[in-house]
Write a protein that binds this ligand. Structure first.
Ligand code: C2E
Ligand code: CA
Ligand code: CA
Length: 402
């Protein structure tokens, strides 16, 4: 039997050889390339299962290389090596995804055998190409569950308080462990399973909110809605029914819709979104700044929150352009009476800057990573203490500034 192939691109031959060895040990055939010359030919192979690449190649830059890959193959997952600033690959990942590449991981150099082995194990499982039946089985077995990432308030009246959580899908696979949504949501969308999956996750999310309510917490929950189900005219009624059955007020539920999803067919989207809004659900426009909505559309659609994409937030401490964009988006949100939520906040510096800009709430690893429901109480207790010391630091900073 012919072995599956992994394409390794790095201008340093010793790195290529090292990765190729781990690759062969993992049962794959390694194709090594130290320049971009004949990559297009290699990409034609039907046995190709994964591309691992350095983005700093002497003969073509990272953007060119990603465009080249996306031009030929978008069905093969891509992992990126990064040797420098840990922020740069995030931007590269975002760019890669925006042109249709399936970026599965960014590996920090120096590379470790363990990290490579884990990556190659993932390539063997072919989840990206998993048959629909596998995903269907998983949905019916409730293997896909939400993890919850906190959203924290920046407004004076409840500064530092947890306002709610965003539910992010994780597939708890019996053999492969936890699989991230980028690796199965596209499959759910293309195979028509996304409706069933979303219904199951909403049901699960509502059960959590009901439990929070029983414990006296006022937290809300945000759920991601794929553009593919925004065409479903029954959506609003179904969610309303599920909420009523769980005893949850619709105002506790926010539906996050990506900018590009909401704007694809604004007239049709408007009908469904308006119905959801009339039933009392909140709507949030996700990944704002990465799509191409016109202000008129934004004005016409009934949103209550605007989420600023993490690709801008992550650059605000060192790029002036990112600062300008983030401030402009916060002002835009406020002028349209929307709450501004910045996502991807990882550092105290970003936190303080967003506070100065008048952002209403933040989400990101700095406050907390997405976590399973059972971890929330311990996290909330720890946050209570940590948020106080952060507030003190902010006060001292404000006093020192002026
Ligand atoms: P998103 O809605 O923009 O979600 C935010 C993503 O950023 C999440 O990735 C989250 O884990 C990550 N993130 C949060 N804070 C930070 C941070 O401080 N630094 C960095 N580097 N990343 C941060 P995740 O969970 O892998 O989700 C990826 C995307 O998959 C989501 O992007 C969303 O578009 C989609 N998705 C997730 N769950 C669902 C779902 O239930 N239904 C649908 N339709 N899509 C989902
Ligand atoms: Ca989201
Ligand atoms: Ca987002």
């Amino acid at each position: 039997m012919q072995r599956s192939e992994i394409l390794i691109i790095d201008d340093d031959p010793s790195i290529c050889r090292f990765v190729a060895r781990v690759c062969r040990d993992s049962g794959f055939e390694a194709i090594e390339r130290t320049d971009c010359a004949d990559i297009e030919t290699v990409l034609q192979s039907s046995r190709l299962k994964l591309i691992v690449t350095d983005l700093q190649m002497p003969d073509c830059d990272g953007i060119e290389l990603m465009r080249l890959l996306a031009g030929v193959r978008t069905d093969v997952p891509v992992a990126i090596f990064s040797g420098f600033d840990p922020r740069a690959p995030n931007t590269a990942e975002a760019f890669g995804r925006s042109i249709g590449l399936q970026i599965v991981e960014t590996l920090q150099k120096p590379l470790s055998v363990a990290a490579l082995k884990r990556l190659f194990r993932g390539a063997g499982d072919q989840v990206v190409l998993a048959p629909e039946e596998e995903l269907q089985r998983a949905i019916r077995n409730h293997e896909v569950r939400l993890h919850f990432q906190p959203k924290v308030s920046f407004r004076a009246e409840d500064f530092g308080r947890v306002v709610g959580f965003e539910g992010l899908a994780r597939w708890h696979h019996p053999v492969q462990g936890v699989i991230s949504p980028d690796r199965f949501i596209p499959l759910a969308e293309s195979s028509g399973l996304i409706g069933e999956l979303t219904d199951d996750l909403i049901q699960y999310g509502l059960e959590q909110v009901a439990e929070w309510q029983r414990n006296g917490e006022t937290w809300s929950l945000a759920i991601n809605i794929s553009p593919h189900i925004l065409e479903d005219r029954g959506l609003a009624d179904r969610i309303a029914q599920l909420a009523a059955r769980a005893g949850v007020e619709p105002s506790r539920i926010t539906l996050e819709i990506t900018e590009s999803g909401a704007m694809a067919d604004p007239t049709r989207t408007m009908e469904i979104l308006t119905r959801l809004r009339l039933k009392g659900f909140k709507l949030s426009i996700d990944d704002f700044g990465t799509g191409f909505s016109s202000l008129v559309q934004l004005y016409n659609l009934p949103f209550s929150e605007l989420k600023i994409d993490k690709s801008f937030v992550m650059d605000i401490d060192d790029r002036e352009e990112a600062q300008v964009i983030v401030r402009t988006l916060i002002d835009l949100a406020h002028n349209l009476s929307l709450q501004a939520c910045a996502e991807g906040v990882e550092t105290m510096a970003e936190w303080s800057q967003l506070l100065d800009y008048g952002c209403d709430r933040i989400q990101g690893y700095f406050a907390g990573r997405p976590m399973p429901a059972e971890d929330i109480p311990a996290w909330a207790e720890e946050w209570e203490t940590r948020s106080k010391s952060i507030t003190d630091m902010d006060r001292q900073r404000a006093a020192a500034d002026g």
